[in-house]
Write a protein that binds this ligand. Sequence first.
Ligand code: ADP
Ligand code: MG
Length: 240
Amino acid sequence: MIEIENVHKSYGSLEVIKGVTMQVEKGEVVSIIGGSGSGKSTLLQCINGLEPIQKGHIRVDGIDVHAKGTDLNKLRRKIGIVFQQWNAFPHLTVLENVTLAPRKVLGLSAREANEIAEKHLVHVGLGDKLKVMPSRLSGGQQQRMAIARALAMSPDYMLFDEVTSALDPQLVGEVLDTMRMLSAEGMTMIVVTHEIRFAREVSNRVAFFHKGLIHEIGAPEEVIGAPKKPETIDFLKSVL
Ligand code: ADP
Ligand code: MG
C-alpha cells in the first residue's frame, strides 16, 4: 500500500503541498481532482521519489521513500508512471520502445523482453502496431503505448498524471477504457484527472486537492456526487 503522512513539500520558499495525508490500499483506485497548480503532479513526483519532501513520510509497501539508504531504483520498479505526454524514442519501433527498460533495467534477454512487451501491447490494443514507428501512432495510441511501456516493468502501482489532457476529445475514450481495464484487473492506481465522469465511475475514492491540501476525500458519490466544501463545489461547477 501507499501511505502518505502529513507531507509538506516546497520548491524554494513556495510551499506547494501543505500537510497531505492519505492511504491507497492494494487494488484501490484513487483519483485526484483539483485545479491547476494545486500540487497534484508534485505529489506523484514525491511518491516516486523524484522530488524530496520537507516534512512527513511517504511509504510504499512499508519502504520510506525519502529515508536515507532507500534504493530508489528498486522502489521505482514497483511504480509505473504515465504522464500527459511521453516522448517515445522516434528511431525505435513501438515494440523496441517498450522492450527498452525491461532489457536495460531488468536485464531481460531480447526474447524475454519481446514476449513481455508484445503481451502488454496486445493487451492495450496495439497488437498490430509492434513494428510501427511511434510517429505513426495517434495520440491515443501513443498514450496506450506509454501505458504498455510502464506495465512491461511489472509494477505493483500505476500513477497517471492527466494522461488524456493533451488528446483530441475523440481519442480520450480509448485511453480511459485501457485504464478501466487495468482497474478491473485489480491494479492499484492513483489517477490525477480532469475526467470527472471517469473518476466517478472507476475510483474507489476521490481526493479533491486545493492549494496544496486535500479538502475532501471519500467515495465518489460523496466527493463528486454530494460535495460539502465550497471549494469542491466551485471546482466541480467549473469543470462539469
Ligand atoms: P498541479 O499538477 O496540481 O497543476 P503542480 O504540482 O504541477 O500542480 O504545481 C504546484 C505548484 O508548484 C505550482 O505553483 C507550480 O508552479 C509549482 N511547481 C511545480 N513544479 C515546480 C518546480 N519544479 N519548481 C518550482 N515550482 C514548481
Ligand atoms: Mg499537474
